[in-house]
Design a protein around this ligand. Sequence first.
Ligand SMILES: [Zn+2]
Length: 82
Amino acid sequence: MFFALPALYGSEEVRAISDRLDPLTNVDSAVKAKHIRDIRAAQESDTCPWCGGKLVTRRGKYGEFLGCSSYPRCKFKRNITR
Ligand SMILES: [Zn+2]
């Protein structure tokens, strides 16, 4: 027995979907650069990049590290760079 599989999307639908996705993926390179700068800045500051909480110095088994003040809700931690 043979069943013809219906096409999932017609060409018009594919075009409509593509038109909606394009603006989301084709962002300006300046926007991308700012996004990366913002992430780097957050990583270098004392703000938790995961939840926006404050990073505090904690002492663990292997010495001091920066941990999120929202611990244990947020488990972000980073080595202290000197
Ligand atoms: Zn956090």
